[in-house]
Structures are given as structure tokens and as C-alpha cells.
Design a protein around this ligand. Structure first.
Ligand code: PDD
Length: 286
């Protein structure tokens, strides 16, 4: 079965979807995207994803081609056509095809693309043993709050982790934690959950917000503030979060154990809360 895609008003098999080589997404990386998890055929935190999409579009000065209600209908339609219960929806908007010129084209029509694929959350072994990470200097630009398709730096950073046999790169800028190459990062010290502030140096993760809400609901003390590299290296626990990885413990950093080298007690509490929360939200939506 070919995976289902949506391109500029039309649903079609993914392997038949075509865009122009002059598309500014291809030529300049001039576009933005979202990744939306779907549980039991229901998109998770869709209004929040669509709000972040609007933030990204505003930041690159591209008009939203569709109102939120139309996005919601399209996402539901894609889920229904694709089949399967737990999916990852990838949604991308570029500034469209135009003669190559850095300046914005006057008349280009945005390219709107979506595809669905099975949601591959971490397996039991990863959840029980945790992920490996390496530390890398964050050499990205200063608008990491935009969910831009220009991901070359993120790809280079992630490959550093892969080359070291690890799962994720934990990024530091000027001695402070920013995020992962494709995830947000949390630290637990003395039972307190620390999270870097949402600013221009990191993507404001939808899962990041869920983690902080669950921590507050479970009575875990939370502090949102700048976190130094030393604090990360001396952390009792280190986690990552994203729409596809949910919340996952990082148990080694640069080959050294984080805490006692196993997913910690606060992680287990929040991971369980995340699974319960997901089930509750999905039941309510039914
Ligand atoms: N990435 N930071 C970066 C750089 C990311 O690319 C992502 C997600 C996150 C987490 O955001 P959220 O919780 O909203 O998924 C943080 C997606 C999954 C991706 O590019 O595939």
C-alpha cells in the first residue's frame, strides 16, 4: 500500500506527489512545517500545533493558506484515507515555485503538502533503558523558535550523534543548554525539574508544554530557567521530549552515565502520567 499524501488541494499516493524544482522549499529551504502525532485516529493537541504553525508562518512573513478549521478537516481526511490508528502527520508549507531570486516573489502560490506515516514511538527496551546522547555546540541560527524546513544544521548535529553510536545530540550555546537536534531537553536535579525557557534559541515544543503540565499536576517542582552545561553534566536525570519520541530518558551523555545510568524515578512518574493522559484525552475526544 502506498502512503497517502495531500498536495495543493489533492489527495494522492505519496509516490505520485510532485513539486517543481523551482519550489523555494527545494531551492532555499524557504518554508515551515509541523509534525502532529495521531493516537487512535485523533490528532493530539492539534490547536496547539496549528497555533505554532501560525507563529512560524508569521515569522517568515507567509500568509496562512488555510483557516484553522480547514486544516483540521484536511488532517482528519488524511487520517481517514491513510488508515491505521497511531500516525505521524507531516505538514509543510513553502513559499512556492518562482524564478530563483532570494527576495520574495510577488506572485508565487504557496505549496501545501501533507503526508501520514505510522507513528514510531520508542519501544519498550528504549523506555526501560533510556537513550544515549552526545553533547555538541549549537551552531544554528538565532531563530530556532521557527519550525523551518531549513534543517541542515539540525541534520549535521544529529549525524554527530549517529556517528558516535548515540540517539540524540544535546546542544549547548555559550555554556547553556538549548535543546536536542530534534527534541527538547529537560534536567532533573535534587528532585526538581528544570527546563530551558522558550525563547529564540529553541523550538517551543508542544510535548514540552505537556511535560511541564504533567509535572505540575503530579506535584513535581518545576523551574523554567537557563541551565548551565555543568548543571546538565551533574544532573540526576536527563530527558528528551518530542511529538514522535514522547518523553524519553537519556541515560548516557558522551558515554558517561547520567545519574545512576538508568531512567530515574521522576522520569518514570512523568512517563506513566503521559501514557495515562494520552489515553484519557483520546477517550474524551471519542
Ligand atoms: N521535531 N526541538 C526541535 C529542534 C525539534 O525538531 C522538535 C520536534 C522538538 C520537539 O517539539 P514537539 O514536542 O512539538 O514535537 C524540539 C519533530 C518531531 C521533527 O522534526 O520530526
Amino acid at each position: 500500500m502506498s502512503e497517502t499524501a495531500y498536495l495543493n488541494g489533492e489527495f494522492l499516493p505519496l509516490d505520485q506527489a510532485r513539486v517543481s524544482v523551482l519550489d523555494r522549499g527545494f531551492i532555499f529551504g524557504d518554508g515551515v512545517y509541523e509534525v502532529i502525532p495521531v493516537y487512535s485516529r485523533r490528532p493530539f493537541r492539534l490547536p496547539e500545533h496549528l497555533r505554532r504553525l501560525q507563529h512560524s508562518l508569521d515569522a517568515i512573513r507567509l500568509a496562512n493558506p488555510l483557516p484553522a478549521a480547514d486544516w483540521a478537516r484536511l488532517v482528519q481526511d488524511l487520517i481517514a484515507r491513510h488508515g491505521g490508528d497511531d500516525l505521524s502527520i507531516y505538514l509543510q508549507i513553502t513559499r512556492g515555485a518562482a524564478k530563483r531570486d532570494h527576495a520574495f516573489p510577488g506572485d508565487a502560490k504557496p505549496t501545501v503538502f501533507m503526508m501520514a506515516s505510522p507513528l514510531a514511538t520508542p519501544d519498550r527496551e528504549k523506555i526501560e533503558h533510556g537513550a544515549a546522547a552526545v553533547s555538541v555546540a549549537d551552531f544554528r541560527w538565532l531563530r530556532c523558535d521557527i519550525k523551518s524546513v531549513s534543517l541542515l544544521a539540525n541534520c549535521l548535529l544529529r549525524q554527530r550523534a549517529v556517528d558516535a553510536g548515540a540517539d540524540e545530540a544535546v546542544l549547548f550555546r555559550d555554556g547553556y543548554l538549548t535543546e536536542g537536534s530534534s527534541s527538547n531537553i529537560f534536567v532533573v536535579r535534587d528532585g526538581k525539574l528544570l527546563a530551558p525557557p522558550k525563547d529564540h534559541l529553541m523550538l517551543p515544543g508542544i510535548t514540552y508544554d505537556v511535560v511541564l503540565e504533567l509535572a505540575a499536576a503530579k506535584g513535581v517542582a518545576v523551574e523554567v530557567r537557563e541551565i548551565s552545561e555543568d548543571e546538565v553534566r551533574g544532573a540526576g536525570e536527563l530527558w528528551l521530549s518530542s511529538s514522535t519520541k514522547e518523553v524519553l530518558a537519556i541515560t548516557t551523555l558522551d558515554g558517561r552515565p547520567v545519574g545512576d545510568g538508568r531512567p530515574g524515578a521522576v522520569f518514570r512518574l512523568i512517563h506513566q502520567a503521559f501514557q495515562d493522559f494520552k489515553r484519557r484525552v483520546m477517550r474524551q475526544a471519542a
